[in-house]
Design a protein around this ligand. Structure first.
Ligand code: ADP
Ligand code: MG
Length: 261
């Protein structure tokens, strides 16, 4: 049964999409079966997976409004090795379209139910807002992975985000937990980075991933070639960092399974 993780942060440009695409590819490289869901109307995870967002027969939008099944809209990412549920600008209409549908917060959860057993991990790339789309992602997930940059205002935004997640969890999905905080675009030479890092460690303890993602130009270049960094430049620091993250995720998973066994 797949573990479902929403990759969320209401701030834009913190590395949500980069994390989705590269973590998905890294989990595939460690022989996991992965489905990546693009839930952002910008469709960056779709493009970054090598799928043309302007020529989609079906997208996640059709799945949410019940126009087609998830399997009909899914496409295989050649370079990533995972299945992708793509998105494009059509998804901006979802906010309004969902209002008139029953169980509007649980549309994605219901769509995922029949395919969960086919995957080890399902990752959901969220838009940079706490919209109905993000609510759908959180209602469908077991955990939230929060990518963040270690900058001055990061902690402030983080408190708001954690509170919002808690509220949504209480209302819709009591099982939902913060799976982990991921430090992205990390620069160990900056004293501010180290200060914020220490505070994160204090507040979030073992929910802060040990793995950090360095600022790496290969990670920024790879999407324009429609591939994860692992395919674009396997030896790059960025690709290797996401491989390490996939390893850390799996180790935590095994520990959690042992603890409940
Ligand atoms: P979000 O999905 O949160 O808006 P993105 O993943 O799209 O953020 O990242 C924002 C920008 O920063 C993109 O241009 C991306 O290529 C770049 N980027 C993300 N992570 C890194 C990194 N570790 N090193 C260098 N550039 C990065
Ligand atoms: Mg994004």
């Amino acid at each position: 049964m797949a573990r479902v993780f929403a990759i969320a942060n209401q701030k834009g440009g913190v590395g949500k999409t980069t994390t989705c695409v590269n973590l998905a590819a890294s989990l595939v490289a460690t022989r996991r079966r992965v489905l990546l869901i693009d839930l952002d109307p910008q469709g960056n995870a779709t493009t970054g997976s090598g799928v043309d967002k302007l020529n989609l027969e079906h997208s996640v939008y059709d799945v949410l409004i019940g126009e087609c099944s998830l399997v009909d809209a899914m496409q295989f990412s050649e370079h990533g090795g995972y299945q992708l549920l793509p998105a494009n600008r059509d998804l901006t209409a979802a906010e309004v379209a969902l209002l008139n549908l029953p169980a509007k917060e649980k549309r994605l959860r219901e769509a995922l139910a029949p395919v969960r057993e086919n995957y080890d991990y399902i990752l959901i790339d969220c838009p940079p807002s706490l919209s109905m789309l993000t609510v759908n992602a959180l209602a469908a997930s077991d955990g939230v992975i929060i990518p963040m940059q270690c900058e001055y205002y990061a902690l402030e935004g983080l408190t708001d985000l954690v509170n919002s997640i808690q509220r949504i969890a209480n209302a819709l999905n009591p099982e939902l937990r913060i799976e982990g905080l991921l430090r992205t675009m990390y620069d160990p030479r900056s004293s501010l980075t180290n200060e914020v890092s220490a505070q994160l460690k204090e507040h979030f303890a073992d929910r802060l991933y040990d793995t950090v993602i360095p600022r790496n130009v290969r990670l920024a270049e790879a999407p324009s070639h429609g591939m994860p960094a692992l395919e674009y430049d396997k030896q790059s620091k960025g690709a290797q960092a996401y491989l390490a993250l996939a390893g850390e995720l799996s180790r935590r998973q095994r520990r959690a399974t042992r603890a409940t066994a």
